[in-house]
Design a protein around this ligand. Structure first.
Ligand SMILES: Nc1ncnc2c1ncn2[C@@H]1O[C@H](COP(=O)(O)OP(=O)(O)OP(=O)(O)O)[C@@H](O)[C@H]1O
Ligand SMILES: [Mg+2]
Length: 298
């Protein structure tokens, strides 16, 4: 079942095109990482998915309907979580629960699950950044949404709090919740994503699964060889690609080199290192926009 079907989306804001020809599909229980430079159009796309903006061009279906038609099925964590500062944590969650017709039991459960029980009676203005972000995610989850739209959920969080946030997302995804997460935390999102959408100046620079992007990019792959005393440099098949204990080679050579390692050297405990998400981000986006492009332009 499709959760989001977006085709050839386009929108202009402030007299400028902000998204052009953006297409993607998201299925139930999948996590899409929405990545790109500052100003690439990520938050704009999330607002289109929420129905807060209307596209000028293209088609967009969210959970089988127009965006914004099923608010209880879509949870949203905005880029800047700004709730009423005088309200207490539990009071705020209860307020949103009553708007969404959710029980007090669910409020209590989320306060405990997100480590907010200790500050439940605290006004938001004295809460820490991490407490406010966890509260933001808890309010997004109140009605057990089928689709979660998260705009930079870990910004300003300490490393443990960020890891907690992504563990929570992984658990939700495994329960069938579809997630779109816009983030600059590439190392954290990499292990949990199903798809990537890389935006550059409102257009798709690359998209697909991590494996598809690794194939599309013209970047070297690496194999770290075990230090087992084998004299790898004496092998004429491996030697051209060998740098110390590591083979560095174009992806097209992977079958040949891995076969050589297994059949000739009986070596199976090597570590294959395809390009990671940070390398792919740089490969597809470096120089296309953001600080590098600005530097070139001046
Ligand atoms: N309502 C608006 N009116 C005019 N311009 C807008 C509006 N909303 C966004 N923009 C512009 O559209 C572009 C994309 O903005 P957007 O907020 O989607 O970027 P982003 O990818 O989320 O960036 P960041 O990583 O900094 O959050 C920016 O140049 C922004 O100034
Ligand atoms: Mg943004």
């Amino acid at each position: 079942m499709l959760t989001i079907n977006a085709g050839q989306l386009g929108i202009s804001l402030g007299g400028h095109p902000r998204l052009q020809q953006v297409s993607f599909q998201l299925h139930e229980g999948e996590l899409l990482a929405l990545l790109g430079h500052n100003g690439a159009g990520k938050s704009t796309l999330i607002k289109l998915l929420l129905g807060l903006y209307q596209p000028d061009k293209g088609t967009l279906e969210v959970l089988g309907d127009k965006p914004g038609r099923q608010p209880l099925s879509v949870g949203y964590l905005p880029e800047n979580v700004s709730f009423y500062p005088q309200m207490q944590v539990a009071e705020l969650l209860q307020y949103f629960a009553s708007l969404k017709g959710v029980s007090a039991g669910r409020v209590k459960q989320l306060l405990s699950e997100f480590g907010l029980a200790h500050c439940a009676r605290q006004p938001l203005q004295v809460c820490s950044k991490g407490e406010r972000q966890r509260l933001g995610l808890a309010q997004a989850l109140l009605s057990r949404p089928q689709l979660l739209l998260l705009d930079e959920p870990t910004v300003g969080l300490d490393p443990l709090a960020s890891a907690f946030m992504y563990e929570a997302l992984e658990a939700l995804r495994s329960q069938g919740c579809s997630i779109v997460v816009c983030t600059h935390e590439l190392a954290l999102v990499e292990p949990v994503l199903d798809q990537v959408l890389l935006l550059s100046q409102g257009r798709i620079a690359a998209s697909g699964t991590l494996a598809q992007l690794q194939q599309q990019a013209d970047l070297p792959w690496r194999i770290k060889l075990p230090a087992n005393g084998a004299q790898w440099w004496q092998d004429s098949v491996l030697q051209p690609w060998l740098q110390q204990q590591t083979l560095q080679f174009p992806p097209s050579l992977l079958p040949q080199l891995s076969q050589r390692l297994m059949q000739h050297w009986h070596c199976v405990d090597y570590q294959l290192q395809p390009p990671d998400l940070a390398q792919l981000f740089r490969y597809f986006l470096a120089g296309r926009s953001g600080p590098a492009a600005l530097k070139e332009a001046v």
